[in-house]
Write a protein that binds this ligand. Structure first.
Ligand code: GAR
Length: 192
């Protein structure tokens, strides 16, 4: 079994896709042992509670320094002894110490075909550039934001009448297939 801790900040639709995959026994023996959010109002916390997964809330606002929040978060995560840390819409810039601590066992999903468009507003940027395709990437987390070895990507065509909103919706949908597939792959490799 691969013990998974998922970090979220908001809606948690990718978390839901992972929960659904686990419930269908399609996560390669992966088990989500905790969901931690930096925002109390994150709807993803409710999704986790509905699935009887332990949840925690740790507010970054309670810490003066980024380093202190990350150190506290690291300790909370470590308490669950995870084999894999999954960032699913966790909207925080991570300190180097935090990244180093989990290097090789922390993954992220990003709404672009990395290395294109790290950071925010990826859909608008893809449109502005006149790209004919767009998509999502799952990658290992390294010290630079939205960089790190790519595990899987999924692409969609950009349609003539696409807006940033319609692109975002379609990318979100493919993420829900992509992330469980990538996590499953890692869990299967983790299982002797
Ligand atoms: C997802 O689209 C994910 O790719 C993005 O946040 C969204 C979270 O949605 N992550 C990033 O932009 C990270 N740089 P969700 O809360 O519904 O899973």
């Amino acid at each position: 079994m691969t013990r998974i801790v998922v970090l979220i900040s908001g809606h948690g639709s990718n978390l839901q896709a992972l929960i659904d995959a686990q419930q269908r026994a399609e996560l390669g023996g992966g088990q989500i042992v905790a969901v931690i959010s930096n925002r109390a109002e994150a709807y993803g916390l409710e999704r986790a509670r509905n699935a009887n997964i332990p949840t925690e809330h740790l507010s970054h606002r309670d810490f003066a320094e980024r380093e202190d929040f990350d150190a506290a978060l690291m300790a909370r995560i470590d308490a669950y002894m995870p084999d894999l840390v999954v960032l699913a819409g966790f909207m925080r810039i991570l300190t180097p110490a935090f990244v180093r601590h989990f290097v090789g066992k922390m993954v992220n999903i990003h709404p672009s075909l990395l290395p294109k468009y790290p950071g925010l507003h990826t859909h608008a940027r893809a449109l502005e550039a006149g790209d004919t395709e767009h998509g999502a990437t799952v990658h290992f987390v390294t010290e630079n934001v939205d960089e790190g070895p790519i595990i899987l990507q999924s692409r969609i065509p950009v349609l003539a009448n696409d807006t940033a909103d319609t692109l975002q919706q379609r990318v979100h949908q493919i993420e829900h297939q992509l992330y469980p597939r990538a996590v499953r792959m890692i869990c299967e490799q983790n299982t002797p």
